[in-house]
Design a protein around this ligand. Structure first.
Ligand code: UP5
Ligand code: MG
Length: 231
């Protein structure tokens, strides 16, 4: 049985008018998403949500794969969802692509709707939200739409030099894995990540994990967090 740190409302988007209005002026897909989500059956189990934070190359995706394997979570990578939008030639693909190339942050309305859509499509109720939120504005937008906070927040804390080395070695053809964009990604991370870390530290939800070491060594620091919750 998964013990919730905070009880979450069912996964129905009771989106508040402020978010809806703000979104409508930016991206119309928000409207279509919220109107779709009103049809979701209220019986869906309340989700157990883990936010996975950390700089570029800190190992978020790698550790999420290990958590999925060991604890049966569904992995929702915000970056992967955005890259999927680009690949699908969606109306917003071009805007998302240029934002990622510049190492900047895609508007919350777009990312939040992609994440929630993915969650709603899943039968699982345990989610790892990887690489989100990246700013206080992201965090507030998500929490306002879902009407609750995440249960757990992981923060993979990794020195810049190590993150740069890992990203440059990845070699998977990502448009943002070049030194110029990496510098910008690191700047944006440094500017916007800390308020989120501080916020969830104060809420008693943040687990800071030293992300230096082998993948298995790092996972041995992650495992007890979920093992304790699943008792
Ligand atoms: N690796 C992993 N662990 C290792 C270890 N312990 N030792 C040695 N090597 C290790 O790992 C990176 C590389 O390091 C891999 O080759 C791996 O094998 C190796 P990975 O697990 O992929 O790290 P991760 O933290 O996931 O790095 P990633 O580059 O994916 O992080 P980012 O946060 O930069 O990327 P993301 O895909 O989340 O976002 C990309 C862009 O999308 C953002 O810059 C932004 O423009 C946009 N975006 C938004 O606008 N909003 C969002 O909400 C999300 C993204
Ligand atoms: Mg990743």
């Amino acid at each position: 049985m998964w013990r919730r740190v905070a009880s979450l409302s069912p996964l129905i988007s009771h989106s508040k008018p402020s978010i809806h209005n703000q979104a409508a002026s930016t991206f119309k897909i928000w409207e279509s998403f919220t109107s779709q989500s009103e049809t979701v059956t209220p019986s869906k189990a309340a989700p157990f949500i883990t936010f996975v934070l950390g700089g570029p190359g800190s190992g978020k995706g790698t550790q999420c794969a290990k958590i999925v394997e060991a604890f049966g979570f569904t992995h929702v990578s915000a970056g992967d969802l955005l890259r999927r939008e680009i690949a699908s030639n969606s109306a917003y693909g071009a805007v998302i692509l240029s934002t990622i190339r510049e190492g900047k942050i895609v508007p919350s309305q777009v990312t939040v709707q992609l994440i929630l859509k993915e969650m709603e499509a899943s039968d699982n109720c345990k989610f790892l939200i990887d690489g989100f939120p990246r700013s206080e504005e992201n965090r507030k937008a998500f929490e306002e739409v879902i009407g609750a906070e995440p249960d757990v927040v992981l923060f993979f804390d990794c020195p810049e030099q190590e993150m740069v080395k890992r990203v440059l070695n990845r070699n998977q053809g990502r448009v943002d894995d070049n030194i110029e964009t990496i510098k910008k990604r690191l700047e944006v991370f440094d500017e916007l990540n800390w308020p989120i870390v501080n916020y969830y530290t104060q809420r008693g939800k943040l687990h800071r994990i030293n992300a230096v070491g082998t993948v298995d060594e790092i996972f041995e620091k992650v495992r007890p967090i979920f093992a304790a919750l699943s008792k």
